[in-house]
Design a protein around this ligand. Structure first.
Ligand code: PLP
Length: 449
């Protein structure tokens, strides 16, 4: 099934487009120490109306963003090395994505993919099936259920695995993050604050040690017989839990265990997928083919879209057993198809190339920095471990003040997950700001001691 090409509506000479292109070409520029007066005022006004469960790592009030650059309401310009939590894969407001959204929204915004057909839904599912085909030796036919988010893709995988196997138990890993709805939360085990006071969660969800397949076999002898287990759910590269790349044998052994016991192997590629690691899916680094692949985040450059892609022989649930009113919305799909075209054309390759260069630059520039204890990762999924959680928080905050947007992960690491369009020059600039922030954090600790 193919989509009709839609006419771009945002002309290249449109004043908004010209301004956005200028912003994308800017360097970091801090004109008022953030948060500036407008940001402070707007945040103070907003906060009383917001759920206090929102995190707000630092007081950033965004006015607009383009490419890798973000402008706040006080005119400060930041380099975004976190991409809205690894999601703005093609950069902010990529013209091809913005045009696809604008064009689709003039034709069909919603009709409900669970109940009716439209061309984009089929095109997206066909495309995702073809992409998953590249993971490894793979002659399967894949079918896709589209979702609004990563956590919904996890929920779909839990339900399909249970439905298909007729078993109820689930195995995930300590350090893993799979979302916050109650099913997905039963698998999430990266921080206890996500689970506190929300129990009881799903019964029969057990956790093994990430990177250690033998610890799964240990669960079989202690807490759950393997023939009670519907699925093993794993991130091929640990995301929120610290940007940890496991040894390749880990995924291979999980595949063997699942084959031996008729368990579904689910790769949660919500963070590691869509080119983030320098391959379309992180699983391609090992060639291990799972039964179910989950994607979201970078799949549509920030529009709400996720996917559960499963082998056809597993998709045995009947009509009506799962669905969603808005999931696979035509506008989100238009953004997704435009995003995937850009990823395939050049951005997956850019992720691999600039990712290698950025990791090498960080290693070289931080070689003598005593507060940095590890630099790891693959593609543009790079984690820098600090000596303490306080130092990680201080460095992230100092980077913000200097115009570099980063997020923490794990117990005491900082993640670099920039848009996949990042240039060598921007990656170098990010590394330089980060090095200076580490130096300042170290000196500040020394002064206090
Ligand atoms: N799975 C992984 C690996 C994730 O990193 C995340 C979000 O960070 C999720 C699932 C949940 O995705 P969402 O926040 O889109 O629901």
């Amino acid at each position: 099934m193919t989509t009709q090409p839609l006419q771009p509506l945002l002309h290249p000479n449109h004043p908004n487009r010209v301004e956005l292109d200028e912003l994308a070409a800017r360097a970091i520029s801090i004109v008022t120490e953030p948060p500036g007066p407008r940001a402070q005022e707007m945040i103070a006004r907003a906060l009383p109306h917001l759920s206090p469960s929102l995190i707000h790592c630092y007081p950033l009030m965004v006015k607009r963003a383009s490419g890798c650059m973000v402008e706040d309401v006080d005119g400060n310009i930041y380099l975004d090395a976190e991409a809205g939590v690894a999601t703005a894969s093609t950069g902010h407001c990529h013209p091809a994505v913005a045009d696809a959204i604008a064009a689709q929204s003039q034709v069909l915004i919603h009709i409900c993919g669970t109940d009716f057909h439209y061309p984009g839904y089929g095109a997206m599912c066909e495309k995702l099936g073809a992409l998953v085909q590249h993971i490894g030796p793979n002659s399967h036919h894949w079918q896709t259920f589209l979702t609004n988010s990563g956590t919904e893709a996890v929920e779909a995988a839990i339900k399909l695995s249970r439905h298909h196997t007729g078993r109820s138990n689930l195995i995930a890993f300590r350090g893993g993050f799979h979302g916050r709805t109650l099913g997905a939360l039963s698998l999430t085990a990266s921080k206890s604050k996500y689970r506190r006071r929300f129990g009881p969660l799903l019964p029969g969800a057990f956790h093994a040690t990430y990177g250690d397949a033998a610890s799964v076999e240990e669960l079989f002898t202690t807490v759950t017989a393997p023939d009670d287990v519907a699925a093993i759910v794993v991130e091929p590269v640990l995301g929120e839990g610290g940007y940890v790349v496991p040894a390749p044998e880990f995924l291979r052994k999980l595949r063997e265990i699942c084959d031996r016991h008729g368990i579904m192997l689910v790769f949660d590629e919500v963070q590691s997928g869509m080119g983030r690691t320098g391959k379309m899916f992180a699983a391609e680094h090992t060639g291990v083919v799972p039964d179910i692949v989950l994607a979201a985040k970078g799949i549509a450059s920030g529009m709400p879209l996720g996917a559960m892609i499963a082998k056809k022989e597993i998709m045995t649930w009947p009509a009506g057993s799962h669905g969603s009113t808005i999931a696979g919305n035509p506008v989100a799909i238009a953004a997704g198809l435009a995003t995937i075209e850009l990823l395939e054309k050049e951005l997956v390759a850019n992720s691999a190339r600039v990712g290698d260069a950025l990791k090498a630059a960080l290693k070289q520039k931080l070689a003598r920095e005593t507060i940095v204890t590890d630099i790891r990762g693959v593609g543009l999924m790079i984690g820098v471990e600090l000596a303490t959680p306080e130092l990680a928080g201080a460095v992230a905050n100092l980077c913000f003040k200097r115009g570099l947007l980063l997020l923490e992960c794990g117990k005491k690491a900082i993640r670099f997950s920039p848009p996949l369009i990042i240039t060598d020059a921007q990656a170098n600039a990010a590394a330089d700001v980060f090095v200076a922030a580490c130096r300042d954090a170290r000196e500040s600790v020394a002064r206090k001691a």
